[in-house]
Design a protein around this ligand. Sequence first.
Ligand code: ASP
Length: 336
Amino acid sequence: MRIIGLAVVMLALLIPMQPALAQNGKITLVIHGGAGTILKKNMTAEAEAAYREALTLALNTGFAVLEKNGSSLDAVEATLRVMEDSPLFNAGKGAVFTHDGRNELDASIMNGATKSAGAVGGVTIIRNPISAARAVMEKSPHVMMTGRGAELFATSAGLEIVDPSYFWTERRWKALQDILVREKETSAAWEIAKSEDETRFGTVGAVALDSQGNLAAATSTGGMTNKRFGRVGDSPIIGAGTWADNDSCAVSATGDGEYFIRLAVARDIAALVEYKGMTVEKASAEVIHGKLTALGGEGGVIVLDRKGNFAMVFNSEGMYRGSITAAGAAKVEIYK
Ligand code: ASP
């Protein structure tokens, strides 16, 4: 009897020592760090190495959550926080500047299991806008909050608040000055960053599948250099820049926001998967190479379904992107 009792105690002690194994071998995380005219000839070896390192860190951070049977929601948030904190990307620190020389940040997140969603637009003092988007989703009855109201809400939710100067980086400041000069020279009323402007890209996004089979998506951005009058792009618009739904797939987009809004790109891809039974690859190609290209928009998407099939499709010269699955190590790519 005592031996059996001892064995039971030992077993109970041993169980928590087992590493938490994913029940589902399909856990997957796919990320992007912005699309645009990203050409190898314009990239120094140091810059490329820095991007590869940052993308790998983001992938490993999010995947560690999935490996511990964490939720896809926690994984995409953790991933984007790393990317928002990196000055390399146009999100959080490193965001592009508005015409007035401010950093106005947009972000959104969606839970595929419940179809709940949260977003913030035009925020200037929240260190990690993606966490504010999640707070809107989980701690309020609303889906989207903007500007000062969103900032007051984030403050009350206990999120980290920073001085607006935290987001300043020399590279993005210079990009604004260059555009302002061009605007003067051409007397263009609405000069925004051209697709070949190297500093334009860097919006960040993630889609994940967890061990419970649930999908989530998240997107965060500073928008477009020289944007004005409270311009908000597609990134915080559910159905345009972000979508996640266990009935179809999870999507995060990057590119010319106005086009992604007009085409409801993220939801359009999900609808093709849901109603037409298309693969994520085919649905993404249909919308990006078909509709988006025809309308004159540039950019790309990352898309993931519940079986772990994923696609990274873009019509620009490049897209910072990466993936990691239970089967292999983090894989990062930049060019076409
Ligand atoms: N889609 C973002 C926006 O329009 C920008 C980008 O992804 O480069 O705000």
